[in-house]
Design a protein around this ligand. Structure first.
Ligand SMILES: Nc1nc2c(c(=O)[nH]1)N[C@H]1C(S)=C(S)[C@@H](COP(=O)(O)OP(=O)(O)OC[C@H]3O[C@@H](n4cnc5c(=O)[nH]c(N)nc54)[C@H](O)[C@@H]3O)O[C@H]1N2
Ligand SMILES: Nc1nc2c(c(=O)[nH]1)N[C@H]1C(S)=C(S)[C@@H](COP(=O)(O)OP(=O)(O)OC[C@H]3O[C@@H](n4cnc5c(=O)[nH]c(N)nc54)[C@H](O)[C@@H]3O)O[C@H]1N2
Ligand SMILES: [Mo]
Length: 644
């Protein structure tokens, strides 16, 4: 039997999947051809799902930590729930609801998994995080110039002649947009260009690869703008009709001489000319920005600068970042409005310090593996391990965060429960249909929320309301084709999208010069100085094909611990290809294996992200950071390290 479903993983593509079930067991997961964007192709993670569902690392029962020794006791749900709610009530009584922290992210983006269960926590008025660990600085950057951050639909790639992946390793991180770009190259003779300081798998297959120093994209963009201006390639009518503040922007761009651009970016001016020519004269163009581009000290500024290039050439929203914001989804599924409480909101980026300080006495974690994925791992661990902090984890699989929990609760995977998710790129939706019964004693987030609420003696009816009825309000104005009922009946619906030539800025135009900026943020994109100390290397790190962050190590083995180093830096540091090296800074260290390669320039290192070495050293212990000014995002890609 083949069951149709949709993937809710933290990935822009959200495949339609066809799952083969034999005698109640999943035997195969394949990409479905019914989605025009994901079109029958899927990634190694979906293909590996049968092994992930039946993995030895599944959490199948509730567990409570042994009192005085390492390890857990297997317990009943009643025992676990009693323990959790007793401790939760005691904590709220003794320290107030702000001493309880809800810590979750996007392990499963289904709305019944990641949104509806917030009702309990919203009702209790606990502390929440600002969810800034991934894409928030890029959104804030685009908001300044465009109002909302939405861009082109993936299908539009087929009409393009020039497709630029900028700080975006699409071949790995959004393979369906990459596949559409390849199709445009085959059928439309499109050029694929990659701008990335390292020779990523996408750069390997590009027609042109430009490699500025990390965090110098603003300089590159001003250089590009200057070239376009000097060649008279600017669409002045479009600028007049649709934009604001071009003269100030132009004045700044003209300050970026070829010499200055070369000095800051480390690139040859010829690269700027080549990119400028193909953008201006190569036919319809688009720039797809990655999330990696905006995870550095310069992150938000990078996105601001890159996003303005298509506007110079007269293109409405000639970019893609993510499309999560250009939709009409409404309602109050999380219950935040109904609860009507002012929550304390804390930064995800500086959470380590707050945890270590003991700001929270009870932490409820689900849909996230914060021990490996938050920065400042040392403080994160120290905080979780405090004797006055109680940690509950609800997860599908054992991970490093379960190791530090007081109670571990078993969750079904997305193949074992019904749900609804939305892609960050395309607009097609079909129901996530439960394919098999939940493994072991695992129970979904909705059930768990209700059981906790009952034990806490919460009587408010809306906490227990049927989530499928409650979700209907999300769709009141949201659909271009189909109805909510169609969706529930297993049919595809299509989301309505905001028009491209519509700008939600204060002037209603594309603002080259942003009229509303937070304090300390320049109205024009701003290039900070980047470190040129030869002893300090910048550690870039990014997504790799077979894993979703820290997931799928049970299926595919450990994530590669290779670290790329340029021959020049290798020699300076006495490192040879294949050497075991220690990568360190004042905050921590991790042991990796050197790969001496010209895929990275001098001063730049690259490895997979979210690593842990055999000695238990965590990569993110190297990252102790302040949030970005704009959007509060992380700065993983400006971590300075040494190597020995
Ligand atoms: N297979 C797989 N796919 C995934 C994920 C996964 O874990 N596995 N995770 C999903 C999620 S949550 C995310 S956030 C995305 C991330 O995927 P992407 O958006 O592609 O981001 P990254 O892989 O972090 O980085 C992309 C590229 O940016 C480059 N880069 C770093 N700094 C700079 C800079 O200053 N300038 C420029 N021009 N480039 C720079 C890096 O070298 C890297 O090659 O992937 C999603 N897709
Ligand atoms: N060094 C470094 N660190 C980074 C980044 C970086 O670029 N460099 N990038 C950051 C980014 S962009 C992101 S998005 C974050 C990701 O950080 P996390 O969201 O912490 O990443 P995952 O490892 O995918 O953890 C998700 C967890 O959810 C669980 N899960 C899956 N499905 C379900 C479900 O249905 N129910 C429940 N209860 N649990 C489920 C999984 O088993 C897994 O343990 O990492 C950030 N950390
Ligand atoms: Mo992310």
């Amino acid at each position: 039997m083949i069951i149709k479903t949709m993937c809710p993983r933290d990935c822009p593509d959200a495949c339609y999947l066809d799952v083969t079930v034999v005698n109640g067991t999943i035997t195969q997961v394949r990409g479905s051809k019914e989605n025009p964007v994901t079109a029958g192709i899927t990634c190694p993670r979906a293909l590996g799902d049968p092994d992930r569902v039946y993995s030895m690392t599944r959490v199948l029962n509730p567990y409570i930590k042994k009192p005085d020794e390492p390890g857990f006791n297997l317990v009943t749900w009643d025992q676990a729930l009693d323990k959790v709610t007793t401790r939760l009530s005691q904590t709220i009584e003794a320290h107030g609801s702000e001493s309880v922290l809800l810590l979750d992210f996007a392990g499963n983006t289904g709305i019944l998994t990641d949104t509806y269960p917030h009702r309990l926590w919203n009702h209790l008025g606990v502390t929440k995080t600002d969810y800034t660990i991934c894409s928030s600085s890029g959104h804030a950057a685009l908001n300044l110039h465009y109002g909302l951050s939405y861009g082109i639909q993936p299908e539009e790639l087929l009409e393009k002649k020039t497709i630029v992946f900028w700080g975006n390793n699409a071949k790995v991180s959004t393979p369906h947009q990459w596949a559409l770009a390849l199709k445009a190259r085959r059928e439309n003779d499109a050029n694929i260009i990659v701008v990335d300081p390292r020779q990523s798998p996408s750069a390997d297959s590009a027609d042109l690869w430009l490699y500025p120093r990390p965090g110098t994209d603003v300089a590159l963009c001003y250089g590009l703008a200057r070239y376009l201006i000097e060649q008279d390639y600017i669409d002045t009518e479009f600028i007049e009709e649709w934009t604001y503040g071009y003269d100030s922007y132009k004045e700044e761009a003209l300050k970026w001489t070829p010499e200055r651009v070369e000095e800051v970016t480390g690139m040859k001016w010829e690269g700027v000319v080549e990119l400028g020519e193909v953008l201006a004269n190569g036919g319809p163009c688009v720039i797809l920005m990655g999330i990696g581009l905006q995870k550095s000290i310069m992150g938000a500024e990078n996105v601001r600068a890159v996003s303005l290039i298509p506007a110079l050439l007269g293109v409405h929203r000639g970019f893609y970042y993510t499309n999560s914001r250009g939709r009409y989804l409404g309602g109050d599924l999380s219950g935040a409005k109904r609860a009507g409480k002012d929550h304390k909101v804390v930064s995800m980026i500086t959470l380590g310090k707050q945890l270590a300080r003991g700001d929270f006495k009870f932490v409820y974690i689900y849909n996230m593996n914060p021990v490996l994925t938050l920065s400042d791992s040392k403080n994160v661990l120290e905080g979780f391990n405090r004797s006055d902090v109680f940690v509950v984890v609800h997860d599908t699989h054992f991970n490093e965060t379960c190791d530090i929990a007081d109670v571990v609760l078993p969750a079904p995977t997305f193949l074992e429960k019904d749900d609804i998710t939305f892609s960050d790129s395309h607009s097609y939706v079909r129901k996530i249909t439960r394919v098999v019964e939940p493994e072991g004693n695992s129970r979904p987030e909705t059930w768990l929320m209700w059981e906790l609420a009952k034990r806490l003696d919460i009587k408010n009816e809306w906490i227990y309301a049927n989530p499928w009825k409650e979700a209907e309000a999300m769709f009141t104005d949201a659909l271009e084709r189909g109805t909510y009922q169609d969706l529930l009946n297993g049919h595809e619906v299509i989301l309505r999208r905001m028009p491209k030539a519509h700008y939600q800025t204060p002037t209603g135009r594309i603002e080259f010069f942003a009229t509303k900026t937070p304090e300390g943020v320049n109205p024009l994109p701003f290039q900070l100085e980047v470190s040129t100390n030869e002893d300090e290397l910048v550690l870039l790190n990014s997504a790799v094909p077979k894993y979703l962050h820290t997931q799928f190590r049970d299926v595919y083995g450990e994530i590669s611990r290779d670290i790329w180093i340029n021959p020049h830096d290798a020699e300076r540091n006495g490192v040879e290809d294949g050497d075991d090296v220690v990568v360190f800074n004042e905050h921590g260290e991790i042991k990796l294996t050197a790969v001496v390669t010209r895929k990275v320039s001098r001063g730049v290192l690259w490895c997979s992200r979210q690593l842990i070495d055999p000695d238990g050293n965590i990569q993110n212990s190297l990252v102790v950071e302040d949030p970005q000014l704009l959007g509060g995002g992380p700065t993983f890609n400006s971590t300075l390290v040494r190597i020995r």
